[in-house]
Design a binder for this molecule. Structure first.
Ligand SMILES: [Zn+2]
Length: 354
């Protein structure tokens, strides 16, 4: 569905006698862009009559720009006389004389009355000229078969009205309510807020949205497939840094955000080992290389040395402490920790008993 919206005037036009900062052209320009935004949320295709606020375009042309649209709206604020008149404030829709826009015209004028809280009730009007509609924009709209109307958003000759219209929050509410009115009139379905789900690249990083709530994971871990991720309070995936777990242990988040486990990690020029549960390893480890000279991670080395010990208990007993010395020499200390060393010693003794 297509709707054509026309900002009533161009440049700086129709200054309010009640407040010199107000121009009808400024107001209708802002308003028509907001209406566009809210109508588009309903899936409406919106055509505007000007791409530039400061360029004039003929009245008839603007109306005729609505070819293929279901509705043409020209936004205005009204005036009574040239001075201030605080007693006149009725919203009005000047509808095409063929009656094609009467229904939506009344609905929109009443919407303006309701949102602005005018003293006088909304009305619709028709004005006949010598060649059909008096108003050029409506003649243009009718010429291409579009129901057209001019919507007067109360009067800029009224001080209270001007004050209300100069509030951007009010203008936003007005535009939103008008889009709602149009949606209701044309049976458009409420825009369903998009429920986000899964990974989204936004705000310079990544978030993970839970499908059931549409909310991102915040201040929490989330396991996606085989990998764990941590998200901060803003829901952003944290990466290439450490995260203290509730267990008091440190976990490393790889540059790609995955929690490191059973792997080495280089961080700020230092090498760390992350264990199978992902916690940072502290202590000593024995390292040996494979047939290609590559280091085998500590836990793999342990398994490999333990197996032959169990198989040859007699030989181990005979070698006695010599075996332990050899192994100790092969140990590479990554971090000195007395406690861990003691623990290790005990462990080795235990191994030797086999
Ligand atoms: Zn006007």
């Amino acid at each position: 569905m297509k709707i054509c919206i026309d900002a009533g005037h161009y440049g700086k036009y129709n200054r309010s006698p009640a407040d010199g900062r107000y121009y009808e052209s400024d107001l209708t320009w802002k308003l028509h862009l907001l209406q566009k935004k809210y109508l588009e949320a309903y899936g409406v295709q919106v055509v505007t009559t000007r791409s530039d606020k400061n360029t004039d375009r003929g009245l008839y042309d603007r109306g005729a720009a609505s070819r293929g649209c279901v509705l043409f709206i020209s936004d205005h604020t009204n005036a009574v006389g040239t001075g201030v008149n605080n007693s006149v404030d009725y919203p009005a829709a000047y509808c095409a004389i063929n009656g094609s826009a009467d229904g939506i015209g009344m609905a929109l004028a009443q919407c303006v009355e309701r949102v602005m809280g005018t003293q006088q009730p909304a009305r619709i009007e028709h004005r006949r000229g010598q060649n059909g509609d008096y108003y050029g924009v409506l003649r243009g709209a009718t010429s291409v078969g579009t129901p057209g109307l001019i919507l007067e958003h109360s009067f800029h000759t009224n001080k209270q009205v001007v004050r209300w219209l100069m509030d951007d929050g009010n203008l936003d509410r007005l535009a939103r309510a008008e889009a709602e009115t149009i949606a209701l009139y044309y049976n458009l379905i409420d825009p369903i807020p998009e429920k986000k789900s899964g990974w989204r690249e936004e705000d310079g990083g990544w978030r993970f949205y839970l499908g059931n709530t549409g909310e991102p994971v915040r201040n929490d871990w989330y396991k996606d497939g085989e990998d764990w991720y941590w998200f901060d309070g803003a829901g952003m995936m944290v990466h290439d840094t450490w995260k203290a777990g509730n267990d008091g242990k440190w976990y490393f988040l790889n540059p790609d955000g995955t929690m490191a486990w059973n792997q080495w990690a280089v961080w700020k020029g230092n090498l760390y080992w992350l264990t199978k549960d992902g916690s940072m390893f502290e202590g000593e480890m024995c390292m040996s290389t494979d047939e290609n000279g590559a280091f085998i991670p500590w836990n793999v080395t342990r398994k490999m040395t333990e197996v032959p010990l169990k198989k040859e208990p007699v030989k181990r007993a005979m070698d006695g402490n010599a075996g332990e010395t050899v192994r100790r020499k092969a140990c590479k200390r990554i971090k000195k920790s007395r406690k861990t060393r003691k623990f290790k010693k005990k462990k080795y003794k235990k191994t030797l008993r086999f």
